[in-house]
Ligand binder design. Sequence first.
Ligand SMILES: NC(=O)c1ccc[n+]([C@@H]2O[C@H](COP(=O)([O-])OP(=O)(O)OC[C@H]3O[C@@H](n4cnc5c(N)ncnc54)[C@H](O)[C@@H]3O)[C@@H](O)[C@H]2O)c1
Length: 415
Amino acid sequence: MKKICVVGLGYIGLPTASILANNGYDVLGIDINEKVIEKLRNGTPHIEEPDLKGIFISAINSGKLRVSKKIEKSDVFIISVPTPLTEDKKADLSYVESASKEISKCIEKGNLVILESTSPPGTTEKLVGGIILNSSGLKAGADYLLSFCPERVLPGKIMYELVNNTRIIGGINKESAIKAREIYSSFVKAEIYLTDLKTAEFVKLTENTYRDVNLAFSNELSLICNYYNINVWDVIRFANMHPRVNILSPGPGVGGHCIPIDPWFMIQNLGRENTLIEKCRNINNEMPFIISRKVVELIKDKKSPKATLFGASYKEDIGDTRESPTVAVIKELKKEKINVSVYDPLAENSKYELSSLEDSLKGSDILVLLVSHSIFRNLDMNYVAGLMRTRNIFDTRNFFKKDEIEGYGFKYFSL
Ligand SMILES: NC(=O)c1ccc[n+]([C@@H]2O[C@H](COP(=O)([O-])OP(=O)(O)OC[C@H]3O[C@@H](n4cnc5c(N)ncnc54)[C@H](O)[C@@H]3O)[C@@H](O)[C@H]2O)c1
C-alpha cells in the first residue's frame, strides 16, 4: 500500500495528505475546488493552521505530494470531504456521495477505502460501500477493504494533534481496521484502537455531543445564576474543584463545524423528539439571542445606538468563522436597529464586513466581548475607552477583570 489518494483538501485532508507524504507515501491530493488546487500548486496552503505551511511545502518539494482535480488509481483512498448540516438538521452526505462515486471509477480489488468525514452511524457501510458496489461491482470486505477513521483534532492545533491524539479505527472486518492502522501508524505516536465501523462512527459523535451537553449545562447555569444574581464563573470555578466535576465555560453560543452539528447526526434517525441532546442543542442555539437581548436592553435608549463586537471567529485564537455565534448576534442586533461593527484581526472569510479597531469603537455605546482572543489582552483600554461614546463592556467570556475595567470608567456586565 504505497500510493494514497486523499479526497478533499480542507482542514483535515490537506494536513493528512502532507503528513503522509512526509512519511514516505506517494500521495495524490484531490479537490473539486479549482481555486484550492491553484493555490496549492503555487505552494501556499489555502487555510491558516499553525505549522501547516512548512509541512506542506516540504511534502511538495520532496515530490511525494501532488495535487490535482482528477482522481487516479491508488492503493488507498481517504475521504475527507465536508459533512455539513441540512436545513432540516440532518447530515448532508452529498459530498461523501460524490467522493465515493469518484473512487468507484478507479477502485481495484485489494484497495483500502477510508472515510474520515464525520457521519451518522451506518454511513461508511451503507452509503460508501453501497455506491462503490453499485458503480464498480466490488463488495466491501470481500473485494476491497473499508474503514472509518474519525478525526478528533482541534483547529489551531491540528498538526500537533494529528500526530499525538489517540485514534479509534473501525473496519468492516478486522483486516480493514488493521490495514488502516498500518497507514496511520506511519505518523501517529499515540495508541490506535480498533473496532467495527458503526462503533467508530458513533464514538466520534459521542465525543462532540458530550461537549455540547456539557456546554448547554454551563449555559443553563449562567441563566439560573443570573436569576439569583450569583456569579456563574465563580460557581463553576468552585464546583470544578470537586475531583469528579468538570463543567465547561458558558458563552455566547457554540460554534464551529463540529460541536453544533454532530449531535444532530446522532439523533437524526431515531424518530424521537425532545431528547436531552436536542434540548441541549436548543439551549446552546438560544445563547446568541439572549446575549443580543441584553445588549439591546443596555443601549436601546441611546440616539442611533452602536454596538462593537469583539471576535468573529467561533473560538479563541483562530480565524475560522464557520458557524460562529457572532453571526447570529449581528443579525439580531441589526433587526433591532442597532448599528453594529465587528473587530477581529484574526478572522478569515467573515460573512460580515470587519472594521479596524478605531472604526469599530468610534462612537460606540458598548463593547461586547464574544471571543477571548489572546491579542485582545494587549489592548490599551484607555485608548479603547477614549474612542467610545458610552463606556459599557459586556463580557460574555469572563475575559476582563471587573475591577480593572471599572478603573477605566467602564460599566462592566457579564453573563
Ligand atoms: N476541521 C476540523 O477541525 C474537523 C475536526 C474533526 C472532524 N472534521 C470532519 O472532517 C470532514 C472534513 O472537514 P474539513 O474541515 O476538512 O472540511 P473543509 O471544508 O475544510 O474541506 C473539505 C474539502 O473537500 C473538498 N471537496 C468537497 N467535495 C469533494 C469531492 N467530491 N472531491 C474532492 N474534494 C471535495 C472541498 O472543496 C474542500 O476543499 C468533515 O466531515 C468534518 O466534520 C473536521
